[in-house]
Design a protein around this ligand. Structure first.
Ligand code: SAM
Length: 629
């Protein structure tokens, strides 16, 4: 069972130093948090000098606490004219503070410039949260230190900042120090104010060379460590340019994330023009399950990432009006309540409402109560695609009316060709973001995708009293947007019919009536308008994001995803099913991080659940002899 996140409570000692009653220790030296951060953590790791001349530099911290070390580091980076281009600060924290407590605390440190950080501070839910602050990327991992192995990164500097080892031993345990060694890049350093003998011994046992230096405040000494090791990682420097195939939400998101990192991208799209303004709108909302399933965690990560990212885009047609997911029956009602009781999620993320309260929110009488997601809502996909392509800027060469019929890898680069055999573009990296079409360009024995037809129905506002919020119960219905509401959607496997048809409208009206009893009763399906789209769905309903596997080079006895050979330079971002809105932004950030060798924005087990190579592994487990043949 997942452990609910328990937030920290701010208390102060008599001299005003922040204190944890749970751990019986102070958050920083009574001689001053910012000065301690500068002396112990920056100074102890040779910063800012060591990040100079680097393109990217990664700091890993154990214990985010009040974020003072982060704020001091961020300020030192801002003030350094020789700073690296991109600074990653990754910190793990089991008991984060609320935004209100942090704001209260930072009042005494106006020089730290915490406002932009607080504006993006994540909701207090477990998992990884990535915040971009002008060249500094903060990844907050709200989890127990025991989950350190879920991080995928190579740290250049490590700040060891748990509470005192005697009061908080799990933060300094030998397996933790060993794991930190594995997460360290060649040439990495670490620093801490603690000189406890077991910490020193643990670091040495994990392959660090440890020395004592002058400490801060009342501490005479502190520990600084450097990694004795290990072969240099081969430089992965290559020309930073890519072809992206497909200008839907998946492809536009990849373009935006790569261009933000200075890549040159050629986008090839079959349609003759960028997404035209349309009547369609998609919904976005979290998924809550009692066991906090992989699907729920992935959706949470995508949902929160999308909200943060969309907030910075211009011209989006969207509204966070809230989403009600009505229970389908008594069993689901009980399951929803049990999930809320087990997970302790904050009300700004999810809560349950009785039928009456839900109806009052919706402004229409509902068939049931259910989950209320106050930050969910609807968004017009075309507006997102346009905003992403605009944000990508002039590093993006977006070409429409380009139907890619074939791709080929020659002399270290990928080329895309049209049906006449004409080369359209060439680059070392090629990203397939064209839904089920990806497998036509890169055929696979193991990956199977189904196309699922989805028809939506437009309901004229005059003929139907629309709700004020998005409603879900099997199907969905939206508030009235520009004179009409939208109800949907059919889920028709392997049905290639691109035209709206009355029987699918009738199905959508049935779905509607299960949400709002009696709604749509007088409407004639044959007289309604609608739209058809196609979802690309993998058997496990999760998208495919990452390197495309080299199936011929895979030996079944390896049985491991992390040793799966990859096709050089070929990546996928497809199979989003009906959740492109939710997952494509985070998927693109993951892909760009993989391509750049940056810390990944998602837990390892979630990254593994998305890796296209997972199907090769599953196939080989099913038929070991055939796979070896
Ligand atoms: N670096 C912080 C700053 O700059 O404000 C101060 C960190 S404080 C000394 C130690 C932090 O470790 C606390 O915020 C505490 O909640 C966190 N912590 C303690 N036990 C933990 C565990 N098992 N897993 C993750 N974090 C933990």
């Amino acid at each position: 069972m997942p452990a609910p996140l328990i937030r920290a409570r701010l208390a102060l000692t008599a001299d005003g130093t922040p204190f944890s009653e749970e751990f019986g220790d102070v958050y920083h030296s009574a001689a001053g948090g910012p000065a301690q951060a500068a002396h112990v953590f920056l100074g102890g790791n040779g910063l800012p000098e060591r990040w100079r001349g680097r393109r990217s530099f990664t700091i890993l911290e154990t214990g985010f606490g009040l974020g003072l070390n982060f704020l001091v580091t961020w300020k030192a980076w801002r003030d350094d004219p020789l700073r690296c281009e991109r600074l990653h600060f990754v910190s793990i924290e089991k008991h984060p503070f609320s935004e209100a407590d942090l704001a209260l605390f930072y009042k005494d440190f106006p020089e730290a410039g915490a406002k932009p950080f607080l504006a993006q501070y994540p909701m207090l839910v477990p998992g990884m949260h990535r915040i971009e602050l002008d060249g500094v990327v903060l990844t907050l991992f709200f989890a127990d230190i025991g989950e350190l192995g879920e991080l995928d990164l190579a740290a250049d500097a490590i700040y060891l900042d748990g509470f005192a080892p005697a009061k908080n031993p799990e933060m300094w345990a030998a397996p933790v120090l060993k794991r930190l060694g594995r997460l360290a890049a060649p040439g990495a350093t670490a620093a801490t104010w603690s000189v406890a003998a077991p910490v020193r011994a643990g670091l040495e046992a994990a392959g660090w060379k440890v020395e004592k230096r002058k400490g801060f405040g009342s501490k005479r000494e502190m520990l600084c460590a450097s990694l004795i090791r290990k072969k240099e990682i081969q430089s992965t420097s290559r020309q930073r340019s890519a072809i992206v195939i497909g200008a839907g939400i998946a492809g536009a998101s990849v373009c935006e994330r790569l261009c933000a990192r200075g890549w040159e991208v050629t986008l090839l799209e079959r349609a003759g023009a960028p997404a035209a303004p349309g009547r369609h709108a998609g919904v976005f909302h979290p998924v809550v399950t009692r066991d906090d399933s992989l699907f729920a965690r992935l959706t949470r990560a995508g949902f929160l990432h999308a909200l943060r990212h969309w907030g910075g885009l211009e011209g989006l047609a969207w509204e966070r009006c809230g989403v009600l997911q009505l229970a389908r029956d008594e069993r689901e009602d009980a399951a929803q309540r049990a999930a809320m009781a087990a997970l302790g999620l904050p009300g700004e993320y999810a809560r349950t409402l009785e039928r009456e309260a839900a109806s009052a929110r919706a402004g229409v009488p509902l068939a049931a109560g259910g989950f209320w997601f106050p930050s969910g809502g609807w968004l017009r996909p075309f507006s997102l695609i346009r905003a992403l392509l605009a944000r990508a800027g002039n590093r993006l060469d977006a070409r429409f009316g380009c139907d890619v019929a074939r791709i080929a890898h020659e002399n270290g680069a990928w080329s895309a060709f049209d049906r006449a055999g004409k080369a359209l573009a060439r680059a070392p990296v090629c990203v397939l973001a064209n839904a089920a079409g990806a497998l036509e360009l890169a055929p696979s024995r193991s990956i199977r995708m189904r196309r699922v037809r989805g028809q939506i129905t437009f309901l004229p506002a005059a003929a139907f009293a629309a709700p004020r919020v998005v409603l879900l119960r099997g199907g969905f219905v939206l508030p009235a947007l520009e004179g009409e509401s939208i109800a949907g959607a059919s889920y028709d496997f392997d049905d290639p019919d691109p035209e709206p048809r009355p029987c699918s409208h009738a199905g959508n009206l049935e779905r509607l009536a299960r949400i709002i009893p009696g709604a749509g009763a007088g409407l004639n399906p044959a007289a309604l308008e609608g739209m058809v789209g196609f979802r690309a769905v993998a058997p496990d309903r999760l998208p495919l994001i990452g390197a495309m596997p080299d199936e011929a080079g895979f030996e079944a006895r390896q049985q491991r995803l992390d040793s799966m050979p990859a096709i050089a330079g070929l990546y996928g971002a497809f199979g989003y099913g009906s959740r492109g809105l939710l997952w494509a932004g985070l998927g693109a950030e993951l892909l760009a991080s993989l391509l750049e060798g940056e810390p990944l924005p998602l837990e390892r087990r979630l990254v593994a659940a998305l890796a296209p190579g997972r199907f090769v592994l599953r196939e080989s487990r099913k038929k070991p002899t055939a796979a070896r043949a």
